[in-house]
Write a protein that binds this ligand. Sequence first.
Ligand SMILES: [Zn+2]
Length: 368
Amino acid sequence: MSRPFERISDVVRIGLERHRRGFFSQAEDIYLEVLDSSPSHPEALYFLGVLALQADRPDLAVDRLCRARMIDDRAGGAFQEHLGLAWQALGRPAEAEACFRDALARQPESARSFAGLCAAVGGQGRWHEVDRLLAAHGCPVPVRFRVPGSGRAVVALTIDDGPTADTTPRLLEALARFRATATFCLVGHRAERHPELVRAMVAAGHEVAAHGFSHRSFPDLDAAAIAEELETTEALLRTIRSTPCLYPVRLPFGQGWADPRVHAAVRAWSARAFFAHWTFDLKDWAISARHMDREAAAEAIDLAVGRLLASPDLDRAVVLLHDRPIDNPSPHAGWVSVTMLERLLAALTGQGYAIRSLSAAAHADEVH
Ligand SMILES: [Zn+2]
């Protein structure tokens, strides 16, 4: 974690030490103690804001970071970057963009601020500007954060990491009940084991696309291995449906969309591929990892869905959910996914939104 202030008081330094070692609640106690004796302590407020962001409480993070900035406006690039991430997580890309631009002016080499700026600009649908920013960084593959076009109340739904025998059928049942379609971003080694589930997805009108074969992070692989991850998975899928002309590549862990090496490898694999990123990550994977009892998990699900519905940028957003997430040992990960999907579908249809796959949402304007 970089330091946004020139001098850090000794007490805050002790909190920071705990914070860096992952003792988040101890760190929070120390920062709160500092605030008790000195209510407008900008460093304590700043680090409390960072903790709130790490705990997936962007509303609280924005509040604390803005208060810190009002007290001490000498805040540096790292500070603006965190505030940008918090606005972005709240679904407020215009505010996020201003923060990331300020952060980049102070720290032009920050990859995280650059990625944040691209996501914030893309989150407002300004594709050409994102493409120009990326091209200037040697990244030629288009990255999409939202559904193109305008009009009709539509949300694109993407479901990663399937198929799995225990969760996929329940997801398909919920989608059918709400007359919704989705894009399933499939992991090749799971699809290989369950081609019948992929066939069921396609038969029900859903879109399927490759999310890597082994789910390894693309920036860790060489160009040949990246192409193999995509081709081996797509070779399975094309036995079930024809390869889409515009190919949505969902990167494992969402990593590599601002990495020139990953761009070159994916462009070599397909001239028509684009990176299908997302506007909102509902973090079902974190909820099932963090909450061991279902009551607490259900509360976190309601909070996440409520935050999504409150966003002013919901129309034409791309939402990320998971089938049973890769590398998540929680026994109720599947239950979290299904419950999250059901509550999301009920909330969105209740507000008049159509829920569609990426390609169907892009053509929603033509459907009446
Ligand atoms: Zn994944």
